[in-house]
Design a binder for this molecule. Structure first.
Ligand code: ZN
Length: 239
């Protein structure tokens, strides 16, 4: 634990109630939007502590409050269900390397996987991709699940200071400054992958340049609108 951090509250503390509910909603959104399947996970940093909460070896669409786990950034168990996801180092290592990141998602999105193995890159071709650079996300070349801290650190290195890293023949990891932002980025990355694929069928797309992306990034109004939309779609499913 770094000196500036305080110990994490207990996982069943009322201080973490809202954050846990948001994390569960986030997982259900990725399932409902078809980005995750039986696998994948979202994590959230415990504010002010070297700890995170993620889902305990359960499919994102099936997660409930009793299937969450809290770990420190070295992977030590801090509370909740006792079965961490296989790939917990994705979250621990990225959160350790990137103090600016509050939430991480890992998915086996078909669109990220397709562009992780193609010679063409997934690039922004719509303003939904304004969080990416014009060159698109890097690809982590490591093969195999990210089950060790060594692999997690390699993945974090491939991510660098960017928002997304594709994982060859595997999927992606997406980061954000909040749970809401990471969910919007993850769903939009999947949309962009599909649109890149469709556009490439017709020839060479005219992707957005860094200068053009800057124009869109100057408008940061209504940052919560995407989250509200996805939550409303979940509610309709339950009606
Ligand atoms: Zn995986």
């Amino acid at each position: 634990m770094s000196q500036s951090q305080t110990p994490a509250p207990a996982l069943d503390s009322t201080k973490l109630k809202e954050l846990k509910e948001k994390l569960i909603t986030a997982c259900h959104i990725l399932d409902h939007e078809g980005v995750t399947d039986g696998y994948g996970h979202v994590s959230v940093r415990v504010p002010g502590a070297d700890a995170f909460i993620t889902i305990a070896n359960v499919s994102p669409g099936n997660v409930t409050s009793d299937r969450l786990i809290m770990q420190d950034l070295d992977g030590n168990y801090l509370g909740g269900a006792k079965t961490p996801p296989n790939e917990w180092p994705i979250h621990a290592c990225i959160l350790k390397a990137r103090p600016d990141v509050m939430a991480v998602s890992h998915t086996h999105s078909k669109w990220s996987t397709i562009f992780s193995v193609l010679p063409v890159k997934l690039k922004p071709m719509h303003h939904y991709g304004k969080f990416l650079s014009a060159d698109g996300p890097p690809v982590y070349q490591g093969i195999g699940l990210v089950r060790t801290v060594e692999r997690g650190n390699d993945l974090a290195k491939a991510l660098g200071d960017g928002p997304v890293v594709l994982m060859r023949a595997h999927g992606d990891a997406v980061v954000g400054a909040s749970v809401e932002q990471v969910i919007e980025r993850t769903t939009r990355l999947a949309m962009l992958g599909e649109w890149n694929h469709l556009a490439l069928l017709h020839g060479q797309p005219r992707y957005l340049t860094d200068e053009e992306l800057k124009v869109y990034n100057e408008d940061q109004r209504f940052p919560m609108r995407g989250w509200e939309y996805y939550v409303s779609r979940l509610k309709k499913r339950m009606e």
